[in-house]
Write a protein that binds this ligand. Structure first.
Ligand code: ADP
Ligand code: ZN
Ligand code: ZN
Length: 803
């Protein structure tokens, strides 16, 4: 095995396959699949991933690997396989698929260091390199001519550790530990030998007679009210020893999590969990859909399934949407499984993420709770994969490698032969359809916990409010109800869907709307800085004093942000104490947590917010939920608009009356007759499913049809039209008659960042040749796509963003 097959870090069609490289003697044993290497590529030296080893190459001359970046693989064999699969599924480059699975730190060029983690004497050659230091730059080792194999053995034996120097201000990453170097009898003996004056030393030894464990030096000194000077002679005498230990940055380390015990499951929960436990026991790959109304105890089913996996010494991946990865959620998992849990989400710094990832890689944890990318956790013995709120569109990655975490979960489940559990109160239509067909096993929780009733939901027709002269954004009914709850000391959640509510600037005289000069979209008014900003590119400009079209001075901002609602609310009900939660108030780290805590401690009557508050919150005292404008999502140009509206309204309503107090929901809408608003207010998922399926069938949308979306962009509109037209023709001529090829159509956002955007949509049932055809198109335009600011063609085989 002296040839390594390497995927090089050059994302292009021509390099999208392994290249052969020789393994110099010095690296033998270290170069393995999953390790990154530096290789010569043309005139350059670049990075690559070893994907396999072989002893023979079809090429006469292969060049040699120049350097090895990892001494232990950073990708498991299984993940290499997943990478290959991902590349076929999404038609992205293999290299991009490998990189999407790794933490940021491993993708960039970070400084690497070698740390001594032992007190033993190092072998002579190594000692020469370290020359008395505890830490050296990896580069020093590389220049030393020492055998990599030797270093790797040292790492495997735990003598040396590789650290990535992450540029961050985070403090201490090591701590000095102290432990006895003698057994109890010898310690007793050393007490006798101490001089009478050495009282402090005596106390230290006595401490270790009682605690045989290593203890952080700082803590020891504090506990015994002494100083380092006391310990020094004991170390010199060989009674104690000190050593450095890495402290993994633990983002939740400062918090104590109260340990929770499993609940006795209800009959419904028991019935739901049984097939899952059986599947775990049998190591069988089944996909379950846990359909349970909000508050029905799905999370407890997850927790107990994971417990079973832990008991079998296996590992569990638990995905939750980024937005639902609230401290409350993390607490439930940390509370049950303690330090066996790693948490991965985007609010962590690169360093924190890497540390959590390392806990997984080193098998220090058995559970990972995380957002989308946690699906690539480098576990090797997975016992279950769970996706909560499986309908969430954030599970789909929207750039480069356009994967859906649900698909990856099922693929990994196949490889590990373990169950996959999808959970939701409002499953994606595609998922529920598969469950109905029997491809997935349907498990149902139809009742809320503690006999809590589903809240009573009422629709308020805002058109009527307007007719009766109420121009405010609060209906009279909502106002009365808010006042009533405040009087009773109960709490209220008010939900605003941000999308439909961006604040834009319009001239009252001529109706001119200020748009971004680079994108076809209205600019958003940011009040604090008195500036207009584009949310698609970085353009910003000052708020104009007069209309650029007609010079009228009556140019104003319209629409309603949360801030404006808050003001209106304060005017309407001055006694209300309001906590506003939106991007502005939660920008700072930890502020999200703090606001929720304040609300939990009843320091406010009303929690006002956007999508952010729709999920996962569980406050006993909330008895009223108000939805300010239910239909703002309905009008988006997206075939999933009704589904998204139904999901969102159900989620939000689910925040009310989860415990003893009964809940009520008031939904304000301009289209109360719409089926997704009607049925969500009745909490009737099945009826919604049936209704929506009819439309999907009639209009050839998923789950009846598959979609492929091409988006073409270029600075010149003519060019975009022309290329899209060609794609439409090419596909139209070659696909079967059953496929609809639509386009070219300008995208709903026709221009972003001075680039025009057109699309072609293919709807089909079965097109085995499709991927090959797409590949031909991409190949054909490859050169043009390489040019800076040139042509761009993206292809999405499971589009969620249709704009
Ligand atoms: P879901 O995830 O379906 O929204 P949760 O898991 O949050 O529902 O459950 C709602 C509440 O019921 C939580 O406070 C949870 O602790 C509690 N709960 C869940 N299962 C049980 C049980 N078997 N017995 C008692 N309480 C339970
Ligand atoms: Zn004007
Ligand atoms: Zn813009």
């Amino acid at each position: 095995m002296n040839i390594a097959r390497v995927i090089v870090d050059v994302p292009s069609q021509n390099t999208n396959r392994p290249f052969d490289y020789g393994i110099p003697e010095r690296f033998s044993g270290v170069v393995q699949p999953g390790v990154r290497v530096i290789i010569p590529f043309g005139p350059r030296k670049i990075m690559g991933y070893v994907v396999s080893l072989t002893d023979h190459s079809d090429f006469d001359k292969v060049r040699d690997i120049v350097d090895v970046l990892d001494l232990t693989p950073i990708l498991t064999k299984e993940l290499l396989q997943i990478g290959k699969w991902l590349s076929n599924q999404t038609l992205s480059y293999y290299i991009s698929c490998l990189q999407v699975m790794l933490p940021q730190v491993l993708k960039a060029k970070y400084r690497k260091e070698l740390w001594i983690t032992t007190e033993e004497e190092l072998p002579e050659e190594l000692e020469k390199v370290f020359a008395g230091r505890d830490v050296i730059d990896y580069e020093e080792f590389q220049q030393s001519n020492l055998s990599y194999q030797k270093l790797r053995t040292m790492i495997e034996d735990g003598w040396i550790d590789v650290h990535y120097e992450v540029k961050s201000r985070e403090t201490k990453r090591t701590t000095t530990m102290v432990e006895p170097q003698k057994d109890a009898i010898e310690l007793e003996e050393s007490l006798v030998d101490l001089s009478k004056q050495a009282n402090k030393q005596r106390i230290v030894i006595q401490y270790f007679l009682e605690h045989e464990q290593p203890v952080p030096k700082k803590q020891l000194l504090q506990t015994l009210h002494t100083t380092a000077a006391t310990i020094k002679p004991l170390i010199e005498k060989g009674i104690l020893r000190e050593y450095k230990q890495e402290v993994l940055r633990d983002p939740y380390g400062h918090r104590e999590f109260e340990r929770t015990q499993p609940f006795t499951l209800t009959e419904e929960q028991q019935a739901a969990i049984e097939p899952v436990l059986a599947s775990i026991e049998d190591n069988s790959h089944d996909v379950f859909l846990l359909h349970g109304v909000t508050g029905s105890g799905k999370t407890e089913v997850y927790l107990q399934s994971i417990q079973q996996v832990i008991d079998r010494d296996q590992e569990a991946i638990m995905l939750v949407p980024e937005i639902a990865l609230t401290p409350q959620m993390v607490e439930r998992f940390k509370g049950r499984f303690g330090s066996k849990v790693a948490v991965l989400h985007s609010a962590l710094s690169a360093g924190e993420k890497y540390d959590e990832w390392r806990k997984i890689q080193r098998q220090e944890v058995q559970v990972v709770v995380g957002a989308r990318s946690a699906i690539f956790a480098p576990f090797t013995n997975i016992g279950i994969i769970i996706i909560d709120e499986e309908h969430e569109s954030s599970y789909k990655q929207e750039d480069r490698t356009r994967y859906h975490a649900r698909d990856v979960a099922i693929e990994r489940g196949k490889i590990h032969t373990c169950p996959v559990m999808l959970g939701s109160a409002t499953p994606a239509l595609e998922t529920y359809a598969r469950a109905v067909k029997g491809n997935y096993q349907l498990l149902t929780l139809s009742k809320r916990m503690n006999d809590a009733m589903m809240p009573k939901a009422e629709l308020v027709d805002m058109r009527e409010e307007l007719h009766e002269g109420n121009r405010s954004m609060f209906s009279r009914q909502l106002k009365e109800n808010i006042e009533d709850r405040i009087a009773k000391g109960e709490q209220i959640v008010l939900f605003l869907n941000r999308r439909g509510y961006a604040t834009f600037v319009m001239c009252r005289d001529c109706g001119h709307v200020k748009e971004c000069p680079h994108c076809d979209i209205a600019l958003t008014y940011h009040r604090r800085q008195e500036r207009l900003k584009c949310h698609y590119c970085s353009h910003e400009e000052p708020m104009p004093a007069q209309c650029p079209e007609c010079e009228s001075k009556t140019i104003r901002y319209f629409g309603t942000g949360t801030q404006k609602i808050e003001e209106a609310l304060q005017q309407l009900i001055p006694e209300a104490r309001v906590i506003r939660m939106d991007v502005d108030t939660t920008r700072r780290k930890g502020s999200h947590e703090r606001l929720l805590q304040q609300f939990g401690e009843k320091k406010a009557d009303i929690l006002l917010g956007t999508q952010m508050i729709a999920k996962g919150l569980d406050f006993a005292n909330v008895t009223l939920v108000g939805v300010l404008a239910a239909d703002s999502l309905l009008n988006l140009p997206d075939f999933r608009a009704s589904e998204k509206t139904f999901q969102l309204l159900t989620q939000v309503s689910g925040r009310a009356g989860r415990h003893q107090l009964p809940g009520e929901v008031i939904i304000q809408t301009y289209t109360p007759e719409h089926y997704s608003i009607q049925l969500s207010s009745q909490f009737n998922y099945e009826a919604f499913f049936a209704e929506e399926m009819k439309l999907r069938k009639a209009f050839h949308y998923p789950p009846y049809y598959f979609l492929t979306l091409f988006t073409v962009s270029h600075p010149k509109q003519l060019k975009v039209q022309e290329v899209t037209q060609k794609i439409v023709q090419f596909m139209g001529q070659r696909l079967t008659e059953g496929a609809d090829v639509l386009g070219p159509t300008p995208s709903a956002l026709t221009r972003i960042n001075d680039r025009y955007r057109y699309q072609c949509m293919v709807k089909y049932k079965k097109e085995p040749e499709q991927r090959k055809l797409v590949q031909r198109i991409l190949h054909y335009y490859e050169d043009e796509m390489k040019q800076e600011n040139g042509l761009q063609i993206t292809v999405d085989f499971q589009p969620y963003q249709l704009m």
